[in-house]
Design a protein around this ligand. Sequence first.
Ligand code: SAM
Ligand code: DTB
Ligand code: SF4
Length: 328
Amino acid sequence: MLRCDWSKEELLQVYHLPIMELLYKAATIHRQYHDPNEVQVSSLLSIKTGGCPEDCAYCPQAARYQTDVTVHKLMELSEVTQRAAVVKASGASRMCMGAAWREVRDNSDFDRVLEMVQHVNSMGLEVCCTLGMLTAQQAEKLAAAGLYAYNHNLDSSAEFYGEIIHTRNYEDRLNTLGHVRKAGISVCSGGIIGMGESVEDRIGMLLTLSSMNPHPESVPVNALVPVAGTPLEDQPLVDIFEMVRMIATARIAMPASVVRLSAGRTRMTIEGQALCFMAGANSIFAGEKLLTTPNPDFDDDMNMFKKLGLKSREPFKVPNRTTQTVEA
Ligand code: SAM
Ligand code: DTB
Ligand code: SF4
């Protein structure tokens, strides 16, 4: 049963269950709603890199931190469609295009993004964008262009948010998510663990996400990738069992959503990732790069799938209001 009324105590109790109990519970719920051997594969492309005016403490693309990210203006349409063809051939179902913007502006760059969305959608891929804050009108334009999903993370609890980002607030995030939902675009929203937040903060984020009606269709769980030059550069490695607990709790709180084992996989073993899949993760980002940081090699991931008997999900398995299924 899908619930939007979880209490903090209930989710904390779930999070702290003995691991065997937690895995069993999450895996049981997982198979009631999903094929446990199927994993949705997304590919990330940074269409506009670095130079961002925001101050997100984890992010290598914030202009104010000295990182080794090279700033790049918005990509050309032809470059994006070339990349999309490679993504399509790889068997991924979704291409997610990210821009280091605080918010979308109504200018020629946005017009070009709309063209990118149209083209990539017509190639038979689910298109996702993550472009920062949106107005209701911008969300509608993206929907009309054929956008399948929009990623906009809450990152942590409302309380902890103020410690990692000062240039916008939680309410801004929730407003954009509301515009995305209203435009009929699939909602992708999750967060990061390993930033120094407490377990209560992690649960606070899951509470906010699971109180949305409907729940976000996808929930990315990122392990912080500490990048030199950012304020969080010295954060210790996230323990794999923390990741397992977070994924399992997300799975139990939002049974029908796709839970994405997102950033941080380069430092996880196959065994660790298998536990995450057991706990209810059913999506990954594949391809050797996330936005600016490394990700496992595509071939290594496909070998992992083979070893674990996992198969990739086809595009548009779940149709949404804005996109038409295109025959491959
Ligand atoms: N600028 C847009 C925004 O902030 O919504 C879109 C791009 S932003 C890079 C997308 C997401 O990437 C962030 O919300 C954050 O959750 C995640 N992210 C960024 N840097 C990360 C890092 N070092 N480790 C893990 N996740 C990270
Ligand atoms: C999400 O939750 N994780 C992805 C995607 N949504 C946009 C981004 C991870 C970025 C990791 C740091 C980097 O590569 O710049
Ligand atoms: Fe900018 Fe997004 Fe990075 Fe924050 S997370 S600094 S908004 S690119």
